[in-house]
Design a protein around this ligand. Structure first.
Ligand code: PLP
Length: 397
């Protein structure tokens, strides 16, 4: 039974909020670790983490102290004045990524927009016909007009035309398709190192290296959308590090702020001066509180011990998910993923699986083609993970 409080809140949401989402019928009040608690006091194990955002978990006291301390100093300086947390965060990002300069913004879409503008501008003087960006069929880069133009997914594009010209969509993970698509108009290749919303699809080993080499031989920029995969999610700080390549630019957001909104585009040296003053900007980019939070997240997640823990827990998760797939071959088609980012592809539509999971105290979410996405807080305990897996087992029986 819903309490009056929760029911009243849900009624108000239904009345006043745009119906562009379909949230669970509950209102979250607080959390700790990978556990969420609604306004009625019901507890849930969270395998979604605000869609790969709450990297350090909910109710993290150290993170909240960093946020609180910074909020007492200065909230916002705008881009006409620098603040210390943004400078420190930029330095850390460059040192950890191998890229040389950072642009701060507020979301994943905005970070990808910056990469799209970088690609558009890079050859704009010397070769103005070279403006095309090759992107991937099941990609997701955000909801702005630019970023929906850069996906092959009709459900995000439908009804918003005319979209931006200059994007060519090819299948993800297919080196030959990329070789055939690149021509003298190609300014950049834009891709996620692991497709997220498209259904947690890991490309074949060596794919990113091949993309890098095609970009090197043609002068096209390699742009990586690490909005979902970045900041430890895949078991390394950045997913491109699994293949030992350095992209020309990356987009970060989601897990970077641990729950506060922040986006960032990192650029490699040869292209680091393409978006000089006054070509690009964002009022809230470099917000002192968001940058202080992200600085704390990076200091925590970016240590070898933390990342080793993500990989170790990820191996256990992979082992258990594969065991589930063997036990229920009539329900599960495939298990794929890396680190603490997994997809469990169902054979057919999952029906009310999500709602039945919720009723048992488990928050899960589906993406792509019937794929349950598992992207818990990176600090999820073994006990919470085991409990979540045993609920999944019960639901599949
Ligand atoms: N890029 C990827 C890979 C994403 O998964 C998302 C969001 O799910 C975005 C971009 C868009 O990020 P935002 O919603 O912060 O604009």
């Amino acid at each position: 039974m819903q309490s009056d409080n929760q029911a009243a809140l849900l009624r108000a949401a239904n009345q006043y909020m745009l119906r562009n989402y379909r949230p669970f019928p509950l209102v979250i009040k607080k959390g700790h670790g990978a556990t969420l608690i609604d306004v009625e006091g019901n507890e849930y194990i969270d395998l979604v983490a605000g869609i790969a955002v709450a990297s350090l978990g909910h109710g993290n006291q150290e993170l909240s102290e960093v946020i609180s301390a910074q909020s007492k100093e200065i909230l916002h300086s705008s881009n006409i004045m620098l603040n210390q947390p943004e400078i420190e965060l930029a330095r850390m990002l460059c040192e950890l990524s191998g890229l040389q300069r950072v642009f701060f913004c507020n979301s994943g879409a905005e970070a990808n927009e910056a990469m799209i503008k970088l690609a558009r501008r890079v050859y704009s003087v010397e070769d103005p016909e070279r403006y095309e960006i090759i992107c991937m069929s099941k990609a997701f880069h955000g909801r702005t007009l630019g970023t929906i133009s850069a996906t092959g997914q009709e459900k995000y594009r439908n009804g918003f035309g005319p979209l931006l010209p200059g994007f060519k969509v090819i299948p993800f993970g297919d080196v030959n398709a990329l070789k055939q698509a690149v021509n003298k108009k190609t300014a950049a290749v834009l891709l996620e190192p692991i497709l997220g919303e498209g259904g947690v699809i890991v490309p074949p080993d060596g794919y990113l290296k091949e993309v890098r080499s095609i970009c090197d031989s043609t002068g096209a920029l390699m742009l990586l959308d690490e909005v979902q995969t970045g900041v430890g999610r895949s078991g390394l700080l950045f997913a491109y590090q699994h293949e030992d390549v350095i992209p020309d630019a990356i987009a970060l957001a989601k897990g970077l702020g641990g729950g506060l909104p922040i986006g960032a585009m990192l650029v490699r040296e040869p292209f680091a001066n393409v978006l000089n003053f006054p070509t690009h900007g964002s009022t809230f980019g470099g917000n002192a509180v968001a940058c202080a939070a992200a600085g704390f997240v990076l200091k925590t997640v970016g240590t070898p011990v933390f990342l080793e823990h993500v990989r170790a827990l990820g191996s256990k998760l992979s082992f258990s998910l594969n065991a589930l797939a063997r036990k229920y071959p009539h329900i599960i088609r495939e298990v794929r993923g890396r680190g603490l980012f997994y997809g469990l592809q169902f054979i057919s539509e999952p029906g009310d699986f999500k709602e039945r999971a919720l009723a048992k105290g488990l928050i899960v979410n589906f993406c792509g083609d019937c794929v349950m996405r598992i992207a818990p807080p990176l600090v999820i305990s073994e006990h919470e993970l085991e409990k979540a897996l045993s609920i999944m087992d019960e639901l599949m029986q």
